[in-house]
Design a protein around this ligand. Structure first.
Ligand code: BEZ
Length: 387
């Protein structure tokens, strides 16, 4: 009798200690983001968005406090494996949040997969991440590169454009966004007459603009982002081409960049999974909270993607009551979550990529004003993913 009582006492003491340790231990979150270079502002917006959601939950997710680790990946693919392993092997983080650049993200996804670390991609669109490289612990709150490019094809064709020139940086993101555009534009009867590229993060656009002037297409379709997008839009405007050859792009061309682009960006049409002026209670609340938290700064698509990464974590951690060591249950809950995003509600595909609306937006003042939904509930084809 005594022995049985003793055993029961010891068992309950152990259970108490375990739950105490669990509650006391912080969940380790690693930010692998660019904090320098042409994408620096994008990295900061992602971190801001993530931390805003955590602050709204009283500083905890799933009842657990968080400890942050940070690496500046400089958008440099050559340093990506080493940087990923700083967080995964040295800091032993539970979850990696990152990154922006597709080339860096592919190395990060490889490192996360081989170490079975959960990864939430908060921008980089590399198609392979939720395609051939997909895995049970890999999720995205952003987009696949194919998606925003594909969304513009029918819009451009409906405007009567038949011949397009594309222009972008020569790396996975640019090439895949252009491929998405090509697919839907050709399906709608258009032709791409020339693909122009320059190395990332080069901004010497002059000779390419001269080439566009001599080709005389009906339109130009572009992907650039961050500091490079500011310079491209200004150079295109200064060249005078816009009067005869309208410029279109994926929304990265004008998101988070309008204060710097000024007059040069007015009237530009782009497609993206976020827009200004959605005017939903959810988005209005998010925008007000973001401006309040960050000195009147307006949120952009990158801030939304960071915010939603914290929401995904919250869904997973709630299901396991904070016990992130239950990886299978944590990940299953993430994969089946419906995220109440400022962009509108979205779910993840089996491959872990958002199935979401793509908006047509028009620049007006400092806003990418929503004009329409270009494609509803667009799902990436997830080529090569066996999940
Ligand atoms: C990318 O490399 O995937 C990317 C970078 C900036 C904006 C959008 C996509």
């Amino acid at each position: 009798m005594h022995r049985a009582l003793n055993r029961a006492l010891i068992a309950s003491a152990l259970a108490l200690t375990t739950s105490h340790v669990l509650a006391a231990d912080k969940i380790k979150v690693g930010f692998m983001l660019p904090y320098s270079g042409t994408y620096a502002a994008l990295g900061t917006a992602i971190e801001n968005g993530f931390k805003l959601y955590v602050a709204e939950q009283g500083g905890k997710l799933g009842g657990r406090e968080l400890e942050y680790f940070k690496v500046d990946d400089e958008s440099n693919p050559a340093k990506a494996s080493e940087n990923a392993n700083r967080l995964i092997k040295r800091d032993q983080v539970d979850v990696v949040i990152g990154t922006v650049h597709s080339g860096v993200a592919m190395a990060l996804a490889k490192a996360a997969k081989s170490s079975d670390t959960t990864l939430i991609v908060t921008n980089a669109g590399a198609d392979a991440i939720t395609g051939a490289m997909c895995g049970p612990g890999i999720f995205r709150t952003s987009f696949s590169n194919w998606q925003p490019g594909y969304a513009m094809g029918p819009v451009a064709a409906a405007k009567g454009h038949k011949k397009a020139v594309t222009i972008t940086w020569k790396y996975a993101s640019g090439e895949e966004q252009m491929a998405g555009f090509r697919e839907s534009f050709e399906k709608a009867g258009g032709t791409i007459v020339k693909d122009l590229t320059l190395p990332f993060p080069n901004v010497e656009f002059q000779s390419l603009l001269t080439e566009i002037a001599s080709i005389k297409p009906d339109m130009v379709f572009a992907f650039f982002a961050g500091g490079g997008a500011v310079k491209f839009v200004q150079d295109y405007h200064a060249s005078g081409l816009q009067k005869s050859i309208p410029l279109y792009g994926t929304g990265f061309l004008t998101d988070g960049t309008l204060p710097a682009q000024g007059d040069a960006a007015q009237g530009l049409l782009t497609t993206l999974h976020y827009a200004d002026g959605l005017n939903t209670p959810r988005d209005n609340a998010f925008r007000a909270a973001y401006a309040k938290a960050y000195n009147n700064l307006q949120p952009d698509v990158y801030a939304v993607q960071g915010y939603d990464a914290a929401q995904l974590m919250q869904s997973g951690l709630t299901a396991v009551q904070g016990d992130i060591s239950d990886k299978a249950k944590f990940r299953d809950a993430i994969r089946s979550a419906t995220i109440d995003s400022p962009r509108g509600k979205f779910t993840l595909s089996a491959a872990g990529n958002p199935v979401q609306d793509f908006y047509l937006r028009e620049v007006s003042g400092k806003e990418n004003k929503v004009v329409d939904v270009a494609v509803k509930q667009l799902a990436d084809p997830a080529k090569g993913c066996k999940l």
